[in-house]
Design a protein around this ligand. Sequence first.
Ligand code: ASP
Length: 339
Amino acid sequence: MKNKKNICIIYTGGTIGMIKSEKGYIPSSVEFKELINSISDLKREEMPNLEIIQFNPLLDSSNMSIHEWNKIGQTISDNYDLYDGFVILHGTDTMSYSASALSFMLENLNKPVIFTGSQIPMCELRSDGYGNLVTAVLMAQSDYIKEVCIYFDGKLLRGCRSTKMSSSHFAAFASPNFEILASAGIEIEYNKNLLKRDVKGEFKFTPFKDVPVGIIKMFPGIQFKLFEKVMTEQLKGVVLETFGAGNIPSNSSGHLIPMIKRAYENGTVIVVCSQCVQGSVTLGAYETSQALNQIGAINGGDMTTEAAMTKLLYLFSKDMDIDEIRRMMNIDLRGELSA
Ligand code: ASP
């Protein structure tokens, strides 16, 4: 038997380890340990050596923030040389944000970091947690993966391309603008052409700083005035979730365009993404996006909102100057953006 790999499971919380309480589902540490110990597949000869690091407190991922992303990143960084791969057990609600954040924080990553969780807790009947966990662990020992991914319901997705699609189906995640990296049917098949290659340079962890960035979603009849102060004075970076290919209401642009202009002059970085989960922003394709193009808003291309928002945090955390941040937002750093 060849040398077994060492995989670290970082348990942060989420439905996978939750139990029912009077207030609804809550994370549990005691039951989860028992459940993990009862999974015979994890003890099979072909499985790697496993160690579990458990966070305290365990969280519903709706309660996660930059603080927890930094904690996950720091834990991986502290243990980077000790393990061949990492599995992060995490709630599904904000998993795409965390996976995107970690994709940026972990520079020159040369090992698998795989987020997974479940839609039904492992303590309940028909839980999808067992299958997700066992396959995520198998994938975490793969030599092909050198990036942050989400494994869920038979699919391995690039973390910074993923988004939560369903709150009720087992297929909770998709990466609509990027093909899946691997599929787990009878065989696990890796899409080797798409997976990241070996990176040169030393692994480095960049924690996020608590920079004020935000997401503003367009809706018909939006009263831009209400957002003026936030956009021009309070936020350093804004992701505008626009309609279709990057469109905003232009008949009320009397409010928005000068506001974005002021925000630009004040040094706010404005990135235009789309509310459509599939497709790309093309500023200037319609009259309703023309002005955005002219006043220095950044075309978010086919980035997810999650990737754009966490990329802003990453670049601000590196203390770059504003022009450099604006330039870098247009450059693909981790496979989050098509050319
Ligand atoms: N609210 C849960 C969480 O995100 C949902 C889940 O894990 O599926 O932690």
